[in-house]
Ligand binder design. Structure first.
Ligand SMILES: Cc1cc2nc3c(=O)[nH]c(=O)nc-3n(C[C@H](O)[C@H](O)[C@H](O)COP(=O)(O)OP(=O)(O)OC[C@H]3O[C@@H](n4cnc5c(N)ncnc54)[C@H](O)[C@@H]3O)c2cc1C
Length: 361
């Protein structure tokens, strides 16, 4: 192919923006499209965790993303990226036993986890409750500000000559002569290739191309407050977080807490299959604070906001890469890991596009 191919990227969240920037860097002329009313990334936490993964391909992808974030943070220090480490906490013996099994499995996979007792944990993190009697520390983990990250990649895309269109899409079609066409009130664009990164809204767009995706919105509430003291020097998670994440029950709640350098603390969270409903924030806040009290003291004394519900794109397994429709690539279904996996997912898509001979790179 002798000239730059045109690419449509659907999605301006962390994943879509990363893919758009990556495609522009391998020589595509990219138009990235997003509906400004829809975004999981804007309502996301910013944990970048290895110790919340099972050994296997997603753990490897997360580790690669963290390496890419190290490089990114050097050119963009405003993203709030820090390798703070993360703590998974056990507030009773059975939680500790389950956590310890995972620690052994992850250590065998090369993740350098440290197993700490309650007193050591309280020395590192003074506000922890006296019930916390063990926990694992992953020094490789980190955090980032998700909206700033997505915005940064959109900025990179523009610098590399790409375009951004804010519009819902009503149609995405494969053209009879090859390539794709995306149509919405503010856009009518053709591309030789398309990347679908529409988060939990991906299935109807994929269906237009004859692809069936098993992605469902999994609601999560996050609550924010400003604290005038350090509460979480790194992401803190309850030992039950892993079970909640991997379960498919209609309702789960598990403790997680993050603090940014501004002092802002972000507390979660629920995992609920309730479609795109945003009802029930008050009840969710009570429940999240009740669970959080097992791990950290005094959180109920902060002034929490009324919360925001985001919709994780749940799938049995993420959809990443080329499809049976030539020129169509998927980057969706990352549930609670899309921010973490975005950098490596985008790298994978760009590599496949190059391998498939669709670019000049
Ligand atoms: C409460 C909560 C906490 C989380 N915490 C973390 C965390 O700590 N770490 C982590 O890694 N992940 C976390 N996640 C998960 C993470 O937020 C998601 O996996 C990630 O945001 C998905 O990014 P995305 O780009 O795939 O989707 P989105 O951010 O949802 O972006 C989808 C894009 O597609 C566009 N789009 C969809 N349909 C259309 C259409 N028809 N027309 C035009 N545009 C369309 C949307 O407008 C949007 O731009 C959390 C999620 C929630 C809800």
């Amino acid at each position: 192919m002798s000239r730059a191919p045109s690419a449509i990227v659907i999605g301006l969240g962390a994943v879509g923006s990363a893919c758009a920037a990556a495609l522009a860097s391998v020589g595509c002329r990219v138009t990235a499209i997003g509906d400004p009313r829809r975004s999981t990334t804007r309502r996301s936490g910013g944990y970048l965790l290895l110790q919340s993964k099972f050994p296997g391909p997603l753990l490897d992808l997360a580790a690669r993303s963290l390496e890419l974030f190290d490089d990114l943070a050097r050119e963009a220090p405003h993203l709030g990226y820090r390798r703070t480490g993360s703590l998974l906490l056990a507030a009773d013996e059975s939680e500790a036993a389950r956590l310890h099994v995972r620690v052994r499995a992850l250590r065998q996979a090369g993740v350098p986890l440290q197993w700490l007792d309650g007193d050591t944990l309280r020395r590192i993190q003074p506000g922890l409750s006296t019930a916390v009697d063990a926990g694992s520390f992953c020094p490789l983990d980190g955090q980032i500000e998700p909206s700033a990250l997505a915005e940064h990649w959109r900025h990179v895309l523009l610098k590399r000559g790409g375009q951004i269109v804010e519009s819902p899409l009503s149609e995405l079609d494969a053209e009879p002569a090859g390539g794709f066409r995306a149509v919405g009130p503010e856009v009518d664009v053709r591309g030789e290739l398309v990347v679908l990164a529409g988060g939990p809204w991906s299935p109807p767009l994929a269906a237009n191309l004859g692809l069936t995706l098993d992605i469902q919105p999994r609601r999560g509430w996050l609550f924010r407050a400003v604290a005038d003291r350090p509460i979480a020097s790194c992401p803190l998670l309850g030992g039950d977080y892993l079970a909640a994440k991997s379960s498919t029950r209609a309702y789960e709640v598990a403790f997680n807490l993050q603090q940014f350098s501004s002092g802002e603390v972000v507390l979660g969270g629920t995992r609920e299959f309730v479609g795109f409903s945003e009802a029930g924030g008050e009840e969710a806040r009570r429940e999240v604070l009740r669970v959080a009290a097992r791990y950290v003291e005094g959180l109920d004394r902060l002034e929490w906001d009324s919360g925001a519900a985001g919709f994780r794109p749940w799938a049995p397994c993420p959809y990443l890469g080329r499809t049976e429709v030539a020129g169509c690539y998927l980057a969706c279904g990352f549930e609670g890991d899309g921010v973490t996996l975005s950098a490596a997912a985008a790298e994978r898509i760009a590599m496949q596009v190059v391998e498939d001979g669709l670019t000049t790179a």
